[in-house]
Design a protein around this ligand. Sequence first.
Ligand code: MEV
Length: 314
Amino acid sequence: MHEATGTSYAKIILIGEHAVVYDQPAIALPVKSIQLHATIWPRADQLQQVSSLFYNGTLAASHQTRFGGVADLLTALLAHFGAADQGFDLRIESALPPERGMGSSAAAAVAITRAVYAAFDQSLAHADLLRWADQSEQVLHGNPSGLDVATASASQPQWFVRHQAPHPLNLPKSGTLLIADTGQPGQTKAAVAAVAARLRQDRTRFFPELVRIGQAVQRAKHAIEVSDLEQLGDQLNVAQTSLAALGVSSLALNQLIDAALGAGALGAKLTGSGAGGCMIALAADPTSAQAVRTALAEAGATATWQYDFNQSEA
Ligand code: MEV
């Protein structure tokens, strides 16, 4: 083993969260300006040390913590390289706010897998990267669609259907997404379980909401292909209505969504698993984007980010 770093990106789900767990399509974007880096280097002794925002300590003690999924992944990767007893330090540095729907756990899994492969001078096929990282998401989330991992490891917007290879998508040349943080954590596992519970309670009432989200994703794809930002905004609103009906929006998310629409956004919705976390709003041009950003800050967003569609190329 020698010192190596792996990098991954924040992901923003443009449209399709939750429904994607039930085989509907989704569109998600890697945000290359918000990065996570994992650096691993060997130690002379046999200590295996991790330092990160979530967890500082030995690998052995981390399995029962919030770091557990990633810890299991790291253990499996070391075993794969015949280096189960290799001493190392692993440092994770992340600009992603944790538990805000930006895919921080998937980003950590992707960056760690890349770092360990690089540390053993092995090339890593993309399909293998997805398989490794999905393994740790499985521990954390129970029933992940794979969308977070696919996007955190991509360099372009992705069209994603569960169990299928993702495809890159080209976004329109204009249009800006504002991303705003409610400041409240959203737990993916709990939100995915809440949707599953609603389906168990009343499938006839709730399953059509997932189908409606899937149809909105299809229309959003068409709107992207013909650069129709108004139509894209409408589809974001359609998806938000269904996500709220499924019970994964929140007061804080609704307030930011209302503020963005009131300031002229073409559409707005939660992003990620919801029940806290972040929302997105689509603005037609830079002047409108500035007005929406100001309105989001005034409505209580604890942080905002801007993603211009023209920055989405590989
Ligand atoms: C979480 O970022 C996205 C969800 O659709 C869950 C998943 O796709 O695994 C809520």
